[in-house]
Design a protein around this ligand. Structure first.
Ligand code: HAM
Length: 423
């Protein structure tokens, strides 16, 4: 039996890859304009990094990690996210010694053992940014406005930006207590996941998608009720700046994120049209994370967006650009002599950086013309025995069907001229 790719993974084939490249190019442009630099970290890390960073009680660490022992008996994990890795690099590579804040971005594959479904994969890709070394509301607003700017540039509409403050460890402890008191009598009516969450991470109950849990928690105390003065001033500062930046947002006091490291600002962006997995971006501040993994106390904030989900939104909203022609011209050579001559012209044009191709299968004229069409080539460059004898090349414009004859000696110049003019 033929071997199949693992469940929850994808092969990205030509035709689709171009869409990824378009999105990645747009991302890189926006990051450059905002002054963010790229970081690349290993695809796997010591398991302890995620246990300590993401948190022992989270679904990611409890159920979703691809963890294995390497041949030296060390526990390793394929990265389920990159914030912990970036913080590790900040400490290990002494990025704290550089001018602060350090503004980084990344694009790459992440791995989570989740139940695959539309928009949810086991290997998926994230674009994310992390800013380390700055605690002002201005940074929170800059990070969120970067997301907003990117979506605007991509032409996406109907996005919902949800913002909240989950507070600092002090206000969170108070929220946790009040929430447990509120839910205490209703504990048995919660779904089995939430019953488990009650002790280890009750805040996540607010985020449960189960309709009966949502009804039960309808009047539950939210983070808003328990924010300390510092957290609440910070949050108001962020909201004012988001307004100034023209970001359309909604304060959602029930927004709690699925990773343990968040403090103060948390946010998510949703696009309902792409189905149940509608979160295309999530992030927030994590002022305790660098210290948690062994560095000095350093504030941080960032987000990650699912590339697959952004592409799904672009697809649904018909915002993906048309595919560009693959080749400018295709040589159509008939007979060995003509083929040799065509190949030498082809090499010269390629040296000049002009995307040209030729038939590699020795096919008939008709089949070669069809192939040129499939390649979306603008011109067919036809060279048969008769043309060779006359020392000419036929240049056929495949969009208008017109054909001109040029002398072989001038043909390179002629093709180059057309290419430079964009015809
Ligand atoms: P996250 O919410 O776990 O946050 O993931 C961020 C985004 O990655 C999600 O909103 C979603 O678009 C995408 N995503 C997550 N899991 C999958 C999956 N199985 N299949 C497809 N897409 C998925 C983080 O990862 C944090 N590190 C974000 C962050 C950065 N917070 C601060 N800095």
């Amino acid at each position: 039996m033929a071997i199949q790719r693992p469940k929850g993974t994808q092969d990205l084939l030509p035709g689709t890859v171009e869409q990824w490249q378009y999105l990645e190019d747009t991302i890189r442009n926006v990051c450059r304009e905002f002054g963010y630099e790229e970081i690349r970290t290993p695809m796997f890390e010591a398991t302890e990094l995620f246990q300590r960073g993401v948190g022992q009680t989270t679904d990611i660490v409890k159920k979703e990690m691809y963890t294995f022992l390497d041949k030296g008996d060390r526990s390793m994990t394929l990265r389920p996210e990159m914030t912990a890795s970036v913080c590790r690099a900040y400490v290990e590579d002494k990025l704290y010694g550089q001018p602060q804040p350090v503004k980084l971005y990344y694009v790459g594959p992440m791995f989570r053992y989740e139940r695959p479904q539309s928009g949810r994969y086991r290997q998926f890709h994230q674009f994310g940014v992390e800013v380390l070394g700055a605690d002002q509301p201005l940074v929170d607003a800059e990070v969120i406005s970067l997301v907003w700017n990117l979506y605007k540039r991509l032409g996406l509409v109907g996005l919902e930006v949800h913002v909240n403050s989950v507070g600092c460890p002090t206000c969170r402890a108070e929220h946790r207590k009040r929430l447990q008191e509120f839910l205490d009598e209703r504990q048995s009516e919660l779904c089995s996941d939430c019953q488990e969450r009650f002790e280890r991470n009750p805040l996540r109950i607010l985020d449960c998608k189960n309709p009966s849990c949502q009804t039960l928690t309808a009047g539950a105390p939210t983070t808003k009720d328990t924010l300390c003065e510092e957290c609440s001033t910070h949050f108001e500062g962020v909201l004012a700046l988001l307004g100034a930046a023209g970001v359309v947002y909604r304060v959602n006091p029930r927004l709690v994120r699925g990773l343990d490291y968040y403090t103060k600002t948390a946010f998510e962006v949703m696009v309902e049209e792409i189905g149940a997995q509608s979160a295309i971006c999530g992030g927030g501040r994590y002022d305790g994370l660098v210290e948690e993994i062994g560095g000095s106390p350093t504030p941080g904030i960032g987000f990650a967006m699912g590339i697959e989900r952004v592409l799904a939104a672009l697809q649904v909203q018909n915002k993906l650009p048309e595919q560009k022609p693959k080749l400018f011209a295709m040589f159509i050579a008939l007979g060995e002599k003509a083929q040799n001559k065509a190949f030498s012209l082809l090499c010269e044009l390629r040296d000049q950086g002009i995307p040209v191709g030729m038939d590699l299968l020795g096919r008939s004229l008709k089949a070669q013309l069809k192939a040129a069409d499939r390649q979306n080539a603008r011109f067919a460059l036809i060279l048969g025995e008769a043309e060779l004898e006359k020392n000419v090349l036929l240049i056929r414009d495949l969009t208008i069907g017109e054909q001109t004859e040029v002398s072989l000696d001038k043909s390179l110049q002629e093709i180059n001229k057309k290419y430079q003019r964009g015809v």
